[in-house]
Design a protein around this ligand. Structure first.
Ligand SMILES: Nc1ncnc2c1ncn2[C@@H]1O[C@H](COP(=O)(O)OP(=O)(O)OP(=O)(O)O)[C@@H](O)[C@H]1O
Ligand SMILES: [Mg+2]
Length: 667
C-alpha cells in the first residue's frame, strides 16, 4: 500500500497523525471520506488491533462501502473492528449490557411510526383532545426532549421559554413523555433516541463499564461529523476521553440535519473542546469539474455562519450548468427524461451514472411516469421503501410478538391480520385492563418477580375483562393459541429463515393473501418472498444469529438498500444523497416554496434559509461531470394549480457558469 500515490500531502497528514484529536474540515469532494478510510487501513497496517478501532458513519451503507474499501486496501477485515452508525453501535453496546440497564433479552426497537402509535394510545388513555395534542407534534417534542436528555421539568421549561403554548399544554406533554418511557420499558423496547440516551445513561451510571469501552476504543473515527447531534457528540467524547485519539471529518457547509438535532456548533467548537487538536484543511477537489465547484462555492458563500474554506481543482471547467425552465411539473419530468435518453444514447453514460435529486419524496411520482413512458429504468432510494409496506410491517410485527409477546404495539398490528373478529376496541379493553387491574391482582397473589402481566397474559383468560362477551373471549383465546404456536416456532431448532417461513404460515397471513388472489395480494406475496430472501441473506452472513437478533437489526438494515447494484437511474431526496457522487446529477423542482421549502421560508428565519442553502450545496456537489437544474412555472399542489417563482438559489449562481433553456413539451 503506497499511500503517497493515492493521497495528497494533506490527506497523508490526516492519515498519519494517529495520536491526539484531529479535525479534518473541508468542502465536498475533497477526499475526507477517502482519508478516513485510508486511515483505518493505515492503523491496521501499523499493527493496531482491529478490536481497538471504532468508526462511526452516517448510514449503514456508508459503513459497508467503507468496509469493502478497507478490505481492498489490506486484504481482509476483522469482525472485531466496529464500524457503523451511532445507532447500530449503541445497539451492540446495549446488547452487551442489558442486565445493567434493566432490560431483557430480545429487546425491540420502535421506529417513529410505532412510537407515534404508542403516543396516540397514551393520549387516548389520558382523555386528551387529539386535535390539540397531535401525536406527530407530541412525538417531535418528545424526541427533542430525549435528544437533549431533558427530564419532565426541563421539557416544560424549555418549551415554554422558546415556543408557543401554555404551561398546561406542556405539562400534559411531559406526562405523556413519562408514560411513554414507562411503556417502552414495559414492552422491553427502545426508540431510536433511546439507543443513544440509554448508552449515555449506562456510561454515566457505571464507571467500570464506561472504562471498559474507553480502554477498548483507542482510535475513534467519525465521518460526516457536521451532522452529529449534541448527544451523539457527548457519547463520542465520553468514549474518547481516555485515549483522546478522536478523528473527525466534516464540512460545515453540508450540515443538513438540524431537524434531527444535528448541531453545527459541534464542528465549529471542536477546536475549543480539544484545544490541542490538529486541524487539517483539504483544499483540492477531486470530484467535480471546475464549473460545478465554483458555482456551488458562490452559492454557499451567501451563508454567514461558516468557516472560510478554499477549494480548487486541476480539472477543466467542463460543460456549463444547465438551468431549465419548464412549463409545469409534467414538462419538467419530460425534459429530464429526454436529457437522460440523450446522455445514454449519445454521450456514453449508463443509467446508473445518473441521479435525480429532489427536496421532497412526493416529487418522484411525476418523474416516474415520464420514465416509464420512455422506458428508462429507475430506482427510488429511500422514500416509501420496502420496510414501509404494510405486509412487511405486518410480518415484522409477527416476528416481534414471537420474540416479545408483551409488545402491545406489534400486537395491535397483527390482531386482525388476517381477520379474527377482534376489533380495536376489544384490544383497547384488554390493554386498559392490563394497565389498571392486573397489578392489584398480582399484589393479592403475592407474586414477587415478573408480575408485570401484559396483554399476552390476559388473553389466556379474557372472560373477566369488563365489556368482553363470551364469543369475543373465545376468539381471543383462539388468537392466543395461535400466538403460542408462533412462539413455539421461535423456540424450535429450525434455522432463522425456516422460522420466518413457518411463522408466515402458522399465522395464517400467507394463506390470507393466497385466498384473496387479487393483484394487490399477489404483489404482497411477492414482497414477502423478497423478505424471505432478505432473511436468508442475513442468516447466511452469520449462522449464529437468532430471530431476536434479526428483529433487532432489521430496523437498522432499512437504509442499506444496495443502491449501486444495477443499471438504473437513482432517484432520491437531497438528504439521502449525502456523501454520494454521480457523474450526472439533475436537481428538480428548484422553485420558491419548494426548494427552499415552504416550511423554512415561512419562518422568516435566516437559519432556516441557510440550512436550505446548504442542502442545495450538498445537491450540487454530488455531481462530477454535469449538473442539470430545473424549475416549473406552474405546479399542482393540493389539487390546485399554482404559479411558481424560480428558486432564489438559481439567482445566486453567476451566469458565467450556466446555460439557460426552456422546455415546452410534455404537458
Ligand atoms: N488524493 C486523491 N486522488 C485521487 N482521487 C481522490 C483523492 N482523494 C479523493 N479522491 C476521489 O474524490 C472523490 C471524492 O472523495 P470523497 O468522497 O472522499 O470526498 P468527501 O470530502 O468525503 O466528499 P463529501 O463531503 O461529499 O462526503 C472520490 O471519488 C475519491 O475517490
Ligand atoms: Mg464524504
Amino acid at each position: 500500500m503506497d499511500l503517497s500515490v493515492d493521497l495528497n500531502d494533506k490527506q497523508l497528514k490526516a492519515v498519519k497523525t494517529t495520536e491526539g484529536p484531529v479535525l479534518v474540515l473541508a468542502g465536498a469532494g475533497s477526499g475526507k471520506t477517502r482519508a478516513l478510510t485510508y486511515r483505518i487501513a493505515y492503523l491496521l497496517n501499523q499493527g493496531v488491533d482491529p478490536y481497538n478501532i471504532l468508526t462511526l458513519t452516517f448510514t449503514n451503507k456508508a459503513a459497508s462501502d467503507m468496509k469493502r474499501k478497507v478490505k481492498e486496501l489490506i486484504g481482509k477485515i476483522s469482525t472485531k473492528m466496529w464500524m457503523g452508525t451511532f445507532h447500530s453501535v449503541c445497539v451492540r453496546i446495549i446488547g452487551q449490557n442489558l442486565e445493567e440497564l434493566g432490560y431483557e433479552k430480545g429487546f425491540v426497537i420502535y421506529d417513529q411510526d410505532e412510537s407515534k402509535a404508542l403516543i396516540s394510545d397514551i393520549i387516548l388513555t389520558f382523555n386528551l383532545d387529539t386535535d390539540k395534542y397531535d401525536p406527530k407534534i407530541v412525538l417531535n417534542i418528545i424526541n427533542k426532549a430525549k435528544m437533549n436528555m431533558w427530564n419532565k421539568r426541563d421539557l416544560v421549561n424549555n418549551f415554554l421559554k422558546n415556543e408557543e403554548g401554555s404551561q398546561e399544554y406542556y405539562k400534559n406533554i411531559a406526562d405523556i413523555y413519562i408514560k411513554y418511557n414507562e411503556v417502552l420499558k414495559e414492552n422491553n423496547a427502545f426508540d431510536f433516541n433511546d439507543l443513544i440516551a440509554k448508552t449515555i445513561e449506562l456510561f454515566d451510571n457505571n464507571k467500570e463499564i464506561l472504562e471498559k469501552y474507553q480502554s477498548r476504543f483507542k482510535y475513534i473515527l467519525i465521518d460526516e461529523y457536521q451532522d452529529t447531534s449534541p448527544f451523539q457528540y457527548k457519547l463520542a467524547s465520553m468514549l474518547a476521553k481516555k485515549h483522546g485519539n478522536i478523528f473527525v471529518v466534516g464540512d460545515d457547509y453540508q450540515s443538513i440535519y438540524k431537524f434531527r438535532g444535528a448541531d453545527m456548533s459541534n464542528i465549529l467548537n471542536f477546536n475549543q473542546d480539544y484545544p490541542n487538536c490538529t486541524t487539517i484543511k483539504l483544499e483540492q477537489n477531486y470530484r467535480s469539474k471546475a464549473n460545478i465547484i465554483e458555482a456551488s462555492n458562490v452559492l454557499i458563500a451567501h451563508n454567514y455562519q461558516q468557516f472560510d474554506k478554499k477549494a480548487w481543482t486541476n480539472k477543466n471547467s467542463g460543460e456549463p450548468l444547465i438551468i431549465c425552465e419548464a412549463i409545469n411539473e409534467y414538462s419538467e419530468a419530460d425534459y429530464v427524461a429526454e436529457e437522460i435518453d440523450n446522455l445514454v444514447r449519445f454521450s456514453g453514460y449508463n443509467y446508473n451514472d445518473i441521479a435525480i435529486l429532489y427536496r421532497s419524496n412526493h416529487q418522484s411520482r411525476v418523474l416516474e411516469e415520464a420514465f416509464i413512458r420512455r422506458r428508462i429504468p429507475y430506482h427510488i432510494v429511500g422514500g416509501l421503501g420496502f420496510y414501509d409496506r404494510k405486509e412487511i410491517k405486518d410480518i415484522i410485527s409477527y416476528l416481534k410478538v414471537a420474540v416479545n409477546p408483551q409488545d402491545t404495539i406489534a400486537m395491535k398490528r397483527i390482531v386482525n391480520a388476517p381477520k379474527r373478529g377482534i376489533g380495536a376496541k376489544t384490544l383497547d379493553k384488554l390493554i386498559t385492563h392490563a394497565q389498571e387491574y392486573v397489578p392489584e391482582f398480582n399484589l393479592l397473589s403475592f407474586a414477587q418477580e415478573d408480575n408485570n402481566l401484559g396483554l399476552f397474559d390476559i388473553m389466556k383468560d379474557p372472560s373477566g375483562v369488563s365489556g368482553i362477551g363470551k364469543a369475543t373471549a373465545n376468539k381471543i383465546k383462539k388468537f392466543r393459541r395461535d400466538l403460542e404456536d408462533i412462539i413455539t416456532v421461535k423456540e424450535s431448532r429450525l434455522s432463522l429463515p425456516e422460522q420466518v417461513d413457518k411463522i408466515l404460515k402458522v399465522s395464517g397471513y400467507q394463506a390470507m393473501l393466497e385466498l384473496d388472489g387479487s393483484e394487490t395480494a399477489l404483489n404482497r406475496l411477492e414482497n414477502l418472498g423478497e423478505f424471505l430472501s432478505l432473511t436468508e441473506n442475513y442468516y447466511n452472513k452469520n449462522q449464529n444469529r437468532s430471530l431476536e437478533d434479526f428483529v433487532r437489526d432489521i430496523k437498522l438494515l432499512s437504509d442499506q438498500d444496495d443502491i449501486n447494484s444495477s443499471n438504473q437511474v437513482k432517484m432520491m431526496t437531497v438528504h439521502s444523497s449525502k456523501g454520494l457522487e454521480y457523474p450526472i446529477v439533475f436537481i428538480v423542482g428548484l422553485e420558491e416554496d419548494n426548494f427552499p421549502h415552504y416550511r423554512s421560508v415561512k419562518t422568516g428565519l435566516l437559519d432556516e434559509i441557510e440550512e436550505e442553502r446548504r442542502l442545495c450545496y450538498v445537491a450540487m456537489t454530488r455531481a462530477a461531470d454535469r449538473l442539470f437544474m430545473s424549475y416549473a412555472r406552474e405546479r399542482q399542489r393540493y389539487g390546485e394549480t399554482r404559479s411558481m417563482a424560480p428558486s432564489r438559489f438559481l439567482d445566486e449562481i453567476p451566469v458565467e457558469y450556466t446555460l439557460e433553456k426552456v422546455h415546452h413539451r410534455g404537458l
